[in-house]
Design a protein around this ligand. Sequence first.
Ligand code: UD2
Ligand code: MN
Length: 580
Amino acid sequence: HIPRNQSKTSSSLLAPQRAMSQANLALGGELHSARRNMTAKAQTAGHQQSHTNAPENPGRHRVLRVDVTLSPRDPNAPGQFGRPVVVPPGKKEEADRRWKEGNFNVYLSDLIPVDRAIEDTRPAGCAEQLVHNDLPTTSIIMCFVDEVWSALLRSVHSVLNRSPPHLIKEILLVDDFSTKDYLKGNLDKYMSQFPKVRILRLKERHGLIRARLAGAQNATGDVLTFLDSHVECNVGWLEPLLERVYLNRKKVACPVIEVINDKDMSYMTVDNFQRGVFTWPMNFGWRTIPPDVVARNGIKETDVIRCPVMAGGLFSIDKSYFYELGTYDPGLDVWGGENMELSFKVWMCGGEIEIIPCSRVGHIFRNDNPYSFPKDRMKTVERNLVRVAEVWLDEYKELFYGHGDHLIDQGLDVGNLTQQRELRKKLKCKSFKWYLDNVFPDLKAPVVRASGVLVNVALGKCVSIENTTATLEDCDGSSQLQQFNYSWVRLIKHGEQCMAPVTDQGSLRLQPCDNRDSKLKWLHKSTSGFRPELVDHIVFENYQQLLCMEGNFSQKTLKMATCNPMEPYQKWKFEKYYEG
Ligand code: UD2
Ligand code: MN
């Protein structure tokens, strides 16, 4: 009996916050007509591109408005201008049936134009921003496995139609051993009309991480720009990304990821001021910068947002810098965790991760991966995360293990980590503590769960150590002998030693610590979860013995006894508890 938290590592990316999601969904709603008005304006602007050089700013120009879809082939086509689409009544069954091909509305994706126009959702001021005339070129790398035909095509068209051609060195489509026939001959044929598109076919399933590396190896541009294969790049998306990399090659630039609705295929904008963050055990998420912080610091909608971590799929990085960093850990499999790895690596080894509000790309967020995993999906993601934790998190990895304590008990074979650890040393990267202090100060990350004296609630006496044996004494907060830490992986530590039951005698004593030894693990249970200040009953139950720690008043000792929630001598409390 090892209490296993339900696995908390997630295996699909959640969409960022959308304040207007409801309004957006409401057909004919106010927002909808506002959108139509905007689009009409955009349409009159026609093909006009602002090549205007700013005379007062030599060497720079206004972001190019490259968008040949401003006057689309068929303005009335379904989904045009990013409008929501409704499945016709007679087609519901077909649409339902086809959903699983991509875990989104594939029927509608096929219905709407592959080169549809979308609303220019950039904040005011973006169109007027200046970028350098001599921006570096980029290779677009798009990996896919069994991607939906129309979604893949729309991704490619959006890059071709909305990027200044001279900046796109090539578009590399990396086929990660897809099984679908249409992704073979048909795709070659279709893409042959675009000289810049190259298809790279992998001979076996690499997973997206190693597929991206294969793409990088074949890229000839100065900057690598990674994209998922179900995106729509918005107007002016590319130059602001490349500008950041141009200004500092150690900046990794991410667009704002907007939402292509999986049900109606509408293009929806997202709230401003969202940072990429994570919560334990390393789940990626978005966190909005509180309005008072925005106000106090005078943060503008167009201001770049520094992010503790990136979502993973969409970013530009200087190619030589990517290699300097040792790329991704090639030991990461299939999907997941690589965004954490690259983010920690970038920040801790001298770079920065930014979201650029003037660059916006839509992405179809799905509830589940539509492709199969070669091995168990959850285990794959967890294994990747363990690799990341072991290389980058230092002492904080206990928080990761503690929030998903199945992770450490599973005895996952995570492979060899020597190279990754060597790399970290070679690059002289900073500590995770530095990262927390400087990049992600709002992450709750106390290194232990609880600390201080350990009091028996009924007796008012404290655990003390006498020659490695645990006894009960009058409490003395200043005595080293009474100091304990309760670690995230549930060890009761006294310095470097750990509390363990003595099997024959039922007493307790210190032993060398071992994070994986279930005999050393104590479940600090209470009737109201882990909120000691609210608790009426807290026991330490040993993982292995299923017995509880009990104070023995007459002998001033501790013993192991059958757990009994009514037994006052089994109630214990630490001096301090920490939120994490
Ligand atoms: C997010 C990222 C994704 C990746 C992932 C974590 C965004 C928008 N998306 O999940 O890029 O960082 O988190 O790993 O930030 N693919 C392959 N081979 C595989 C599996 C996937 O080529 O074995 C392709 C897939 O077709 C897609 C891309 O990799 O184009 C990302 O996969 P996803 O869309 O399933 O990931 P997503 O968006 O849920
Ligand atoms: Mn995706």
